[in-house]
Write a protein that binds this ligand. Structure first.
Ligand code: PFF
Length: 453
């Protein structure tokens, strides 16, 4: 990544691959290994998987292209970007919308840091165990402990702030490029292992054999929220990353690559976690209550994974260490994209130094996370549901409406043609503009109405 390739002082991703990996780094994170498997297990397995895949294709992908296009067009922070594509009369509402996106990104980061902190705890725990400090090791793994959640959350936020303060040129791309292949390899090895264990087959059947009786308005709404969360749409992160993307990349292709990597990794994570749940149950870990509902669904993954590593004997400690290290890095490449939204906006809009802004905003978000740690029930769920199931889809849609209805068609076409000169004559340009104008809003309205009924 370099600053010197353009006349503009703004940083850019150094290559198309670098961008795809950085954007995929934002997309791949806790949503894939925590959100998706938990939602799948809670909502009936394979039926949820199918609805989720549908949501990625019919809503996620088209809106991802819209958000990336807004960012790349103006090569500026989200508040400037959103107002740059609309005529003067719409400037204020467009800026307001981006400001709500900025708050949404901050809210997501505030609960994300707590979850990621738990991963930090599980990552550090084997080290203390090896040192014979069993009490510390257990404390690090107790997700219900306020003190441990607070310390690990603060450590994770510190790391996020540290990377973001250096800017995209040094921080983001170099982390993302190394991680993804390692993560996939480790997942595949662990899947190979878990499938040899008793009980794994039940998990596999639940994951891959659909029972359509589980489909309901609520389930479709959950799948939509999960798709937006996983693809990082509707919180201005893809807009910011788009603003660092060079003009020679094709937006439709780039978005498709990001969506495919993200969905592929979620699918692979499901292949590991759902069988691991049933193996854990087989080994005496309680997963479901007497009514067949998942126990402690939010913390599910955090009890199932350690249970799996526990079955591996001496190797388990080392594998847990590597697994949680990779997960912490995956969470970091997402959290830095979240913090980048308010930091780039505030530092550019108010002319503040980037380093100071990163500490200031990161500090404020850490303070809010602490409040959630202290009032976990009910604050945690409220922030998760409000930001991922409502704010992200609604904002994603409003951005697409700006693109579909307000952005001048010739300018939009011109932006999309950069890096994709043949676009005007292809199928994408025939379908996408009216699809985001009309079909996406109708689909989303349908999902919201159905879940209310
Ligand atoms: N997509 C990330 C994940 O799946 O963990 C989380 C996330 C990042 C959500 C950035 C929203 C966002 F803007």
């Amino acid at each position: 990544m370099t600053n010197s390739t353009t006349a503009k002082p703004r940083a850019q991703f150094s290559s198309k691959l670098g961008f795809v990996l950085a954007a995929a780094g934002s997309a791949v994170g806790l949503g894939n290994i925590w959100g998706f498997p938990t939602q799948t297990a809670t909502n009936g397995g394979a039926a949820f998987l199918l609805v989720y895949l549908l949501m990625v294709v019919i809503l996620g992908y088209p809106l991802l292209v819209a958000e990336l296009a807004i960012g790349r067009y103006s090569q500026a922070n989200p508040v400037k970007s959103a107002s740059a594509i609309v005529p003067a009369a719409f400037r204020l509402p467009a800026r307001g919308l981006a400001f709500v996106g900025l708050l949404t990104a901050s809210a997501i980061l505030s609960f994300y840091a707590i979850l990621a902190g738990w991963l930090v705890g599980f990552f550090a725990s084997p080290v203390f165990e090896l040192l014979g400090m069993t009490a510390t090791s257990e404390w690090l793994e107790s997700t219900s402990s306020t003190s441990s959640s607070f310390v690990t959350m603060a450590l994770f936020m510190g790391a996020t702030i540290y990377i973001v303060k250096n800017g995209v040129s040094e921080g983001i791309e170099c982390w993302s490029t190394r991680l993804m292949p390692l993560l996939v390899v480790l997942f595949l090895v662990l899947i190979g292992y878990i499938l040899t264990q008793d009980g794994a087959k039940d998990g596999l059947i639940m994951y891959l054999k659909p029972d359509f009786s589980h489909i309901s308005g609520d389930m479709i709404h959950n799948a939509m929220g999960q798709a937006f969360f996983s693809l990082s749409i509707g919180a201005c992160t893809m807009m910011v990353y788009g603003s660092y993307l060079k003009k020679d990349a094709s937006l439709p292709k780039t978005a498709a690559q990001v969506a495919m990597i993200d969905t592929g990794i979620a699918f692979i994570a499901g292949l590991l976690i759902l069988p691991a749940m049933f193996v854990a149950q087989n080994n005496g870990v309680a997963i479901y209550d007497d009514n067949g509902s998942l126990l402690q669904s939010g913390g599910l993954v955090f009890s199932v994974l350690p249970a799996m590593f526990g079955t591996m004997g001496g190797m388990g400690l080392a594998v847990a260490f590597v697994f949680f290290a990779l997960m912490v890095i995956a969470a970091l490449t997402s959290s830095i994209s979240l913090l980048e939204v308010p930091v780039s906006t505030v530092s550019e809009e108010f002319g503040l130094e980037r380093k100071k802004t990163a500490w200031l905003i990161g500090g404020l978000i850490t303070a809010f996370s602490s409040l959630i740690v202290l009032n976990q029930d009910p604050l945690f769920d409220i922030v998760v549901v409000a930001s991922t199931e409502y704010a992200q889809p609604i904002l994603g849609l409003l951005f697409a409406l700006l693109v579909g209805w307000v952005w001048r068609r010739d300018k939009l076409l011109n932006e999309l043609k950069q890096g994709h000169p043949e676009l005007e004559t292809g199928w994408f340009w025939k379908i996408w503009p009216w699809y985001v104008r009309v079909v996406c809003p109708l689909l989303m309205l349908f999902v919201f109405v159905k879940s209310l009924l």
